[in-house]
Design a protein around this ligand. Structure first.
Ligand code: FAD
Length: 456
């Protein structure tokens, strides 16, 4: 088949972050593009991920703000929180975003299909019974939450359901120790739910610098969250009155209204014909791709959460642009997986860029660690006990800053700029030469002078 004999140059399966971005860019480069989405445009991030999570997190922050206001002379009076109103406003915003995604695709000239797409062969897709051919196929089907395999887990909910809960629970167990678990726990806590965070591992935020997980657990406890690490579920029972009775392996039980599982996600690779076509999967169940995002079938590509690399929206966007540019432009767009900054919208926020102290020591041997743990100016009179943690990891030989880690207000906003510094190869001397902005929390990053630990 020549190029014109295909119905489209590119057929994208999945209208989330990666799929929409790749499709728009491909169309702007002149390709004839179609996209199939089976549920909602914008995918996980817009509908049940980053956006609703951050909106709910903003709402939960008012709890601290209202309380802290008293120290600044404000008498707020009685306050009341309305979950239904928050969810309705959040839904309205998401509907608006769904529309924007649709407009972006149509104005770029992308043909959209509402429906579940399957792949029939290297150049053929089927949606709603219709066979469509394309020179290239892009799999951008994302992932979904998984349950941990606990008896009675069907009485719990996952993050997708969390954003549509009818009521705010009085008492909830949140299961998991990763970023989604701590974020959902913080939202519930801020909105007034009694929260027990149950994690089977020894520490929160595995994979991040160990100090972050420890410090965050303490901060969450100060806010009233019962953080239980090293705790495993045995089973969940549904009582007649709708209460969930949670049984733990240590023999303890808890009666709660809701159990939220944030215990993992799995790539969406099922029921798509991947096996028949011969698209290989990785041992963890993601679609296997090479450095150019090409699968084991040369005409089929994959990006985003479905490839199980780094499950973040900006990464899916960047991967989508790399594929569009490689297939339909000059291939000049590249992605670097080094120094990808990330934030956790727990309360307080966590953000990080670069490598952990543990990884730096293993890779570079001699490192310097600068660490600061302090009470922010605001809390000197707010009455809050919240503290800030900041940490820099520096390679002793080259003086390069290898990692910047933080827990504190707006950590994500602060670390974004430091990501550019690290990507540009900034050294500790550059940090020291930088004048701080006073009085801010962020200035501490350019005023830390004495390393706390030196390895040999
Ligand atoms: P998705 O956005 O999941 O899109 C995949 C789309 O494919 C879906 O719309 C799905 O319906 C569709 N689809 C699947 N199979 C088919 C099929 N066969 N046919 C047609 N359509 C199909 N990332 C951040 O960067 N920052 C955050 O703060 C953040 N917070 C998050 C919070 C939560 C609770 C969750 C769950 C995720 C969060 N993420 C965050 C991760 C982020 O949402 C994902 O990394 C991102 O959405 C991945 O984009 P994607 O295009 O790979 O997949």
């Amino acid at each position: 088949m020549t190029q014109q004999q295909y119905d489209f140059d590119l057929f994208t399966i999945g209208g989330g972050s990666g799929g929409v971005r790749a499709s728009r860019f491909a169309a702007q480069y002149g390709a004839r593009v179609a996209l199939a989405e089976k549920q909602y445009l914008g995918g996980t991030c817009v509908n049940v991920g980053c956006i609703p999570k951050k909106l709910l997190s903003y709402s939960a922050h008012y709890h601290d703000d209202l309380r802290d206001a008293a120290g600044f002379g404000w008498d707020i009076g009685d306050t009341r929180f309305d979950w239904k109103k928050l969810i309705a406003n959040k839904d309205e915003e998401i509907t608006r975003l769904n529309g924007i995604y649709g407009d972006l695709l149509s104005s770029a000239g992308v043909t959209t299909f509402d429906g579940h797409a399957t792949i029939e062969d290297a150049h053929t897709v089927r949606v709603n019974g219709q066979r469509i051919t394309a020179r290239y196929i892009l799999i951008a089907t994302g992932g979904r939450p998984t349950l941990p395999g606990v008896p009675g887990e069907e009485f719990g909910i996952v993050s997708d359901d969390f954003f549509h809960m009818k009521e705010l629970p009085d008492h909830a167990v949140v299961a998991g120790g990763g970023y989604i678990a701590v974020e959902l726990a913080a939202i519930l806590n801020g909105l007034g739910t009694k929260v027990t965070l149950v994690h089977r591992g020894s520490q929160l935020l595995r994979g991040m610098d160990a100090d972050l997980g420890k410090f965050l657990a303490e901060e969450m406890r100060k806010k009233g969250i019962d953080v239980r690490c090293g705790t495993k579920f045995r089973s969940i029972q549904l009582k007649d009155d709708g209460t969930r009775q949670v049984h733990f392996e240590n023999g303890e039980t808890l009666d709660v209204n809701t159990v939220v599982f944030a215990t993992g996600r799995h790539a969406n690779t099922e029921n798509m014909g991947l096996e028949q076509v011969g698209v290989k999967l990785t041992p963890t169940g993601g679609v296997e791709v090479d450095a150019d995002f090409r699968t084991s079938i040369p005409s089929i590509f994959a990006v985003g959460d479905v490839i199980n690399r780094i499950a973040l929206t900006p990464v899916a966007l960047a991967e989508g642009m790399v594929v569009a540019s490689a297939l339909f432009d000059n291939g000049s767009r590249k992605i670097s997986y080094e120094n990808i900054p990330t934030a956790v919208f727990s309360h307080p926020n966590v953000a990080t860029v670069g490598i952990t102290e543990e990884a730096a020591r293993a890779k570079y041997g001699q490192i310097k660690v600068f660490k600061s743990d302090f009470k922010a100016l605001k809390h000197t009179i707010s009455g809050s006990k919240e503290r800030v943690l900041m940490k820099l990891i520096v390679d002793e030989a080259s003086d390069r800053v290898l990692g910047v880690h933080m827990i504190g207000p707006d950590a994500g906003e602060i670390i974004q700029g430091f990501a550019i510094a690290l990507q540009s190869g900034a050294t500790k001397t550059h940090f020291d030469m930088t004048i701080g902005i006073h009085p801010t929390i962020a200035e501490e990053f350019v005023t830390m002078r004495t390393p706390i630990l030196q390895t040999v």
